[in-house]
Design a protein around this ligand. Structure first.
Ligand code: GLY
Length: 359
């Protein structure tokens, strides 16, 4: 099973035999390579290393690291630089990153900054990675002040969605990954929302393939039109200003996808009086999120703590917070200025369960 997703200057391929797909991409380049994998998917990293070696690449090293939001910082990047240089990396060495979004963000940034940029290839092993993080060339790390505050646009030479990795993903990881699929549906594929509402997250890779392909296609389309986030690409941040602040306020105990689900509801609440976001669309969105097993009301975090975490958001311009808000399914606006009092009140509402007929 192999699905090629067109639209970007580099190949994006989804399939079950990821190691073979990586070998097909890397083999003809005949690069020397270094494979970096998340310890949780160490075996998949080894399969990739064996396959690229068999395809004629010289594997300089296989590095396994602990990933996750709490490891997405400068120390991990400098450790990677040390490992790459000690392995003998030069400007043509291909770094292959095998893991979820935090791993590919971090390794991609290490590649972007070593020797003023060396090539890298992303092998996504989580749903968030397959439909969002690995595609589009955003690389970066977190700062104590906030998420993704240091980074670079550094597109990979290819992206492989490792569909077989779904079989080893914990149920919670599958569920939280669906939040980005719901986001993609709101941004650019309203019909996908219906499919999500009927989707069984416990399904096998075959079941996931069309869903991953459709959500990734939305991302590819947006990134192809606006690779450097001058305009339209900002719509992919739907729900994320809230989500990043929720994650930070929870000291990263809240998984990214769980925060995105909450952020989508909060964006809908803000949009109610600003863009005319219809209640019917909001209900469809909430229904899809809940069907995936995602919570849509926040517990245990005070609105003030979340507001505090928003102070360092990247999307802030001259001290004013700008939000991405939905206007209707398939029509998402960016740059919407919202007063702090309204944000606070949306966060308060986010702390309440959705009553029938409510928001
Ligand atoms: N994750 C949002 C973007 O890549 O633009």
């Amino acid at each position: 099973m192999k699905r090629i997703l067109d639209g970007l200057p580099y190949p994006v391929v989804a399939g079950r035999d990821a190691a073979q797909l990586v070998a097909e991409l890397a083999g003809p380049l005949r690069h020397r390579t270094i494979v970096v994998s998340d310890r949780l998917v160490e075996r998949r990293g080894k399969l990739v290393a064996d396959a690229v070696r068999a395809a004629g690449c010289d594997v300089l090293g296989v590095v396994n690291i602990a990933a996750g939001e709490r490891r997405k910082h400068l120390k991990t990047v400098t450790d990677l630089h040390t490992a790459f240089l000690h392995a003998g990396a030069d400007r043509h060495t291909l770094v292959i990153a095998v893991g979820g979004g935090t791993l590919t963000d971090t390794v991609g940034f290490a590649a972007a900054t070593l020797l003023r940029g060396i090539p890298w290839l992303a092998v996504a092993t989580t749903i968030v990675g397959m439909v969002d993080a690995a595609i589009g060339g955003k690389t970066g790390i977190d700062r104590p002040e906030g998420k993704n505050l240091v980074g670079a646009f550094w597109p990979p030479v290819g992206v492989v969605a490792d569909l077989d990795a779904v079989t080893t993903l914990p149920l919670r990881e599958r569920r939280t990954g669906m939040a980005e699929v719901v986001k993609a549906a709101i941004v650019g594929d309203a019909e996908l929302l219906e499919r999500i509402a009927l989707f069984d997250v416990k399904g096998d890779p075959q079941v996931w393939e069309p869903l991953v392909a459709r959500a990734a296609a939305v991302k590819i389309g947006v990134v192809a039109r606006d690779p450097l986030e001058r305009g339209e690409r900002k719509t992919l941040n739907l729900g994320h200003t809230f989500a990043h602040a929720l994650e930070q306020a929870s000291r990263y105990r809240m998984p990214h996808g769980a925060a995105v689900a909450l952020g989508l509801r909060a964006a809908g609440i803000l949009a109610r009086d600003r863009t005319g976001w219809p209640h019917a669309d909001h209900r469809r969105m909430l229904h899809a999120l809940r069907r995936c097993g995602l919570h849509v009301h926040v517990r245990g975090l005070a609105p003030e703590a979340v507001m505090g975490a928003m102070r360092t958001d990247k999307k802030r311009v001259n001290g004013i917070l700008r939000f991405v808000l939905p206007a209707k399914l398939g029509d998402v606006r960016y740059g919407c200025e919202v007063p702090a009092a309204a944000v606070h009140s949306a966060l308060k509402e986010l702390g309440t369960a959705v009553a029938s007929g409510g928001w």
